[in-house]
Design a protein around this ligand. Structure first.
Ligand code: ATP
Ligand code: MG
Length: 701
């Protein structure tokens, strides 16, 4: 490796293959720095699905995939029109020439604008519920609800779910909610949360779900941004052993909103007596209404509002790991077709599967893959109110056995935390119903992948490591289980219709084995259409950095087999003496150490190297800090990646600062590493802000 300035050294070994000079260099102007990772040594670890799995898989070979993929990019209109025709459209999209989409992704050609199925009229609630009931699936279970405490549960058939959705939609209509109006939802994982989303979709209201763990301030910002006349909430919730009074948080938020001159008319509150009783809930007469007092009185049938494919379905704010959250706006038709299709193929969904996604509806995963994607496929879905380690670390597997879950989808943070408790809590349960596992949210460290595969899945269940974003609506790069060999830590290949481009710092697409900025070069149906109220920010953030491309903000490497490896966010790439090093790869090397539970790596200013590597390390329970252990952790990185990636500093961390969706917030760690302790910024969106003080206390230990 040569040293040098910028990222050019990293590209020196790459075959040159640009797509021409139509790209203008201005990534740096856009504040994009670093992206390229040339450090990783490839460890060839391949996992092939069994013949038995492949015999029933929807996609059972790379050739079958390749043929479908080729059509999806050569004839996207034909490909997606064929799939869309399986849904119910009140009016079919208008297309004289077979074109069902139009898109400008190039800021030099005017405004960025994306449309799919324009002129088509449909309704995603109708397609998720009525369509199945009409097809005779009314008695199939839609939701198995599992409460925070074992033994507390409930279930709802498709028919019952439809009735509950209709009742709420009738209530909302009665309150004057119309097509296009925003409705804010701040609720825990009761079935009433997806019911609320579906009720909005049924009448064309735009739902804006705010994760019920956000502070009053965060909630009020979001309310002020989308201006709903009605907020749906819950008296409270129990998460693990904690009780959270949600209605109080909403009260504070509405107070704040009022002081900003905006009044919310109605606060519909679901009484969750097992957490917080009615009599213990503060009440503002006139504004506050108990859900159970009104909603059940409404008719169980309700007319569907037919929506243009490009009418807004929902707003959702990104998790804010890198700064001020963005109000991502998704529309109806493309999102519907895309989430349903990605769900089906990436999880190899069959009609008798029982599916469990641990995500909260407050995140995009809860929208696309707990609610819409699976319901559009008529799946039976487990909705879990609690947390994975309550009452103990075996809870997830207990639930898997209880409902015979066959597809299980979770996040690396949960996997790493369960790993810390060892194999016994897993092995205590049979898990024989499991068929497919999934991961989302962050790059999954190969050693965590291995544990998930070998221990949780008994080396039987393929893992779909799904790379995607709030902005993409659905999966972008993901295995299709049974389709091709997996490599632990790689999201593998692009989904149908997705054309990834790895781009260098000059905005040029590079080909073959290479690393760079991950962009997408053609529109796909599920992509976001704008940021709420700020189309300019939409263009600047996603389309201006690399002209002609959608820019993901993530760094990525492509290997000799064409597999994609996400290396972390580009802002997190560290440049050590000219070597571009991805945080994800150093973290994976650390986590492969038998005593390391979790690691987060950031850069800091280094006199000689430019940047040095600063690693925060959480050890397995019971392991003591020592200088020898420090040395052996550094050694793990030297052997896995190379001496140039050896951390300069290991900072012991009893825990890491994480967003409420479980992602490591590296911007705070960067400030701690740089000793800029008065510039930590807003830490209120952390799941546990007290971690920050603990880390500061351990800085020189
Ligand atoms: P913000 O955009 O506000 O900083 P965020 O990016 O965390 O928040 P999300 O849309 O929830 O919000 O997360 C998408 C990001 O999560 C991706 O850009 C990527 O960095 C990471 N990610 C998600 N899934 C994977 C995966 N399977 N492998 C690697 N990274 C992933
Ligand atoms: Mg993001």
């Amino acid at each position: 490796h040569s040293s040098g300035s910028g990222g050019s050294a990293a590209f020196a070994h790459l075959g040159k293959n640009s797509t021409g000079d139509r790209f203008v260099l201005n990534a740096a102007d856009m504040g994009v720095t670093g992206a390229v990772v040339d450090a990783a040594e490839e460890v060839e670890d391949r996992v092939v699905a069994s013949d038995e799995f492949r015999s029933t898989a929807l996609i059972s070979s790379r050739e079958q995939y390749a043929a479908m993929y080729r059509r999806s990019v050569e004839d996207p209109d034909g490909f997606w029109a064929d799939i869309a025709s399986h849904f119910y459209w009140k009016t079919k999209w208008q297309s004289e020439d077979g074109k069902i989409h139009s898109a400008n992704m190039d800021v030099r050609n005017g405004q960025v604008a994306i449309e799919w199925f324009k002129g088509g009229e449909t309704n995603i609630c109708y397609n998720s519920l009525d369509r199945h009931v009409e097809a005779g699936l009314g008695d199939k279970i839609a939701f198995f609800w599992e409460g925070n405490d074992p033994g507390v549960d409930d279930k709802l058939t498709y028919k019952e779910l439809l009735e509950r959705v209709c009742q709420l939609s009738n209530y909302l209509r009665d309150q004057g909610v119309k097509k296009g109006d925003a409705v804010a939802i701040y609720m825990p994982m009761l079935v009433e949360l997806p019911i609320a989303m579906l009720a909005c979709a049924r009448i064309g209201a735009v739902h804006s779900v705010v994760f019920a763990g956000f502070s009053a301030e965060a909630l009020s910002q979001r309310i002020l941004d989308c201006r709903p006349n009605i907020v749906l909430t819950t008296s409270g919730v129990r998460r693990g052993s904690k009780v959270i009074k949600l209605k109080e948080i909403v009260d504070d938020a509405l107070q704040h909103v009022l002081s900003e001159g905006f009044a919310v008319g109605t606060c519909l509150t679901y009484a969750n007596d097992s957490a917080v009783k009615r009599e213990d809930t503060a009440w503002q007469k006139g504004r506050d209404i108990w859900w159970q007092d009104v909603v059940p009185n409404y008719p169980k049938e309700s007319a569907v509002e037919w929506m243009d494919a490009e009418d807004t379905l929902f707003l959702l704010y990104t998790s804010g790991s890198t700064g001020k959250p963005k109000g991502v706006l998704h529309t109806t038709g493309g999102y519907m077709v895309y989430t349903a299709t990605t769900f089906k193929y990436a999880f190899d969904y069959h009609d008798d599967d029982i599916y469990w996604c641990t995500a909260d509806c407050g995140w995009i995963t809860g929208h696309s893959y707990l609610t819409y994607g699976p319901l559009l496929n008529g799946a039976s879905i487990v909705v879990f109110e609690g947390v994975p380690n309550y009452p103990d670390a075996g809870r997830c597997w207990e639930i898997v056995d209880k409902y015979k879950v066959s597809i299980f989808y979770t996040a690396p943070t949960a996997i790493r935390s369960l790993m810390q408790s060892g194999n016994e809590p897993v092995k205590r349960h049979s898990r024989k119903s499991l068929r497919v596992l999934g991961s989302v949210g962050e790059p999954i460290n190969p050693s965590a992948w291995r544990w998930y595969y070998d221990v949780v899945g008994d080396a039987r269940c393929p893992i779909s490591d799904t790379w995607w974003q709030t902005e993409t609506g659905g999966f972008m790069i993901t295995p299709l289980p049974g389709g091709w060999p997996l490599k632990p830590g790689s999201a593998t290949l692009p989904f149908f219709g997705v054309q990834p481009a790895i781009v260098n710092e000059n905005g040029l697409e590079i080909s073959g084995e290479c690393s760079g900025y991950l962009c997408i070069k053609a529109p796909w149906p599920g992509m976001m259409r704008t940021l709420q109220g700020d189309h300019a920010r939409y263009e600047t953030t996603y389309f201006a950095p690399f002209k002609g491309f959608y820019f993901s903000g993530d760094g990525c490497r492509r290997d000799k087999d064409g597999y994609y490896w996400l290396t972390g966010r580009v802002d997190d790439v560290i440049n050590v003496s000219g070597h571009r090093i991805g945080t994800a790869e150093v973290e994976s090397a650390l986590v492969s150490h038998p005593q390391c539970a979790e690691a987060a790596v950031v850069g800091f200013d280094h006199e000689i190297k430019g940047q040095g590597i600063y690693a925060f390390v959480t050890l397995l329970e019971g392991v003591e800090y020592s200088q020898q252990l420090r040395a052996s952790l550094v050694n793990a990185v030297r052997t896995h990646i190379g001496p140039f990636a050896a951390p300069d500093k290991i900072h012991w961390a009893p825990g890491l600062p994480k967003t409420r969706s479980g992602k490591i917030m590296r911007r705070i760690l960067r400030k701690i590493a740089a000793k800029q302790l008065d510039e930590l910024g807003d830490i209120s969106t952390l799941a546990d802000p007290s971690i920050v003080d603990q880390l500061i206390g351990l800085r020189d230990k």
